[in-house]
Design a protein around this ligand. Structure first.
Ligand SMILES: [Zn+2]
Length: 249
């Protein structure tokens, strides 16, 4: 039953992903996400419906604009596919529940923030700050506990100290993203932070090996790694935390 529901949620998931692409393209430029209709960023031609079908249009057009032939980033179908799979995973993991809605919304924000951080190297306050407030309120109402507020304060406080210690590494955007992560994940936010930092080490070591000391100036966007760690913590954080605590005792 859940599997069928998850499969049915793929289509609305793709539609949400398509909207997240609009958010990711317009919010950093401070433009409306409602109007005007989507258009090619290069030639300005408005997209017809057949060129605006999630994932499929990009594949049919082979990643190029129909009018001017300019390349369309593979990030667009990636955002749509990732959103659809995450929404389906939330349905599978949490069933049709308020918890599922919060989890899916959290995933959607993580996808949008990752896409924006990858393309613009910023994490917009206008997305993460309201999302953190809503997540905190929703989680506290759904399962009353201080863990959501403590998670938000703890995670953002931890990254704030990291920014103070090593300003070249992370930014205040990451600190505010941690606020959202803690509010949504509660006590498993530690798992998300730990995984995020471990995952970010992979490209950091690669850059260092390739470019030596110059790599210090090539900052890597940290948001997508925090988002990846958050997704793992959302679905497996409880088990990971339990097995870690069992190892320690
Ligand atoms: Zn074009």
């Amino acid at each position: 039953m859940e599997l069928a529901l998850a499969a049915f949620s793929l289509a609305p998931g793709l539609a949400v992903g398509s909207f997240l692409n609009v958010v990711a393209a317009r919010v950093p430029r401070r433009r409306s996400v409602v109007k005007p209709a989507s258009a090619c960023l290069n030639c300005g031609t408005e997209l017809e419906w057949r060129d605006n079908v999630p994932v499929i249009s990009w594949l049919l057009l082979r990643g190029r604009c129909r009018s001017c032939g300019t390349r369309i980033s593979a990030l667009y179908p990636a955002v749509e596919l990732a959103t659809a799979l995450l929404v389906a995973a939330c349905v599978l993991a949490f069933g049709l529940s308020a918890r599922m809605v919060v989890a899916a919304a959290f995933c959607a924000v993580l996808v949008a923030v990752s896409a924006i951080d990858l393309t613009h190297r910023i994490i917009p306050n206008r997305i993460v700050v309201p999302a953190a407030a809503i997540a905190l309120a929703a989680q506290t109402v759904l399962s009353p506990s201080p863990q959501w507020a403590l998670g938000a304060l703890g995670a953002s406080g931890f990254l704030f100290l990291a920014v103070l210690a090593y300003p070249a590494g992370m930014g205040m955007g990451d600190v505010k993203l941690a606020l959202l992560m803690g509010a949504a994940l509660g006590k498993t936010v530690g798992v998300a932070l730990m995984l995020g930092m471990l995952l970010a080490l992979v490209p950091a070591i690669f850059l260092l090996a390739r470019h030596g000391s110059k790599a210090r100036k090539m900052g890597i966007p940290f948001g997508p790694f925090l988002a990846l760690g958050s997704v793992v913590a959302l679905f497996f954080g409880g088990q990971l935390l339990d097995s870690y605590l069992a190892l320690m005792s």
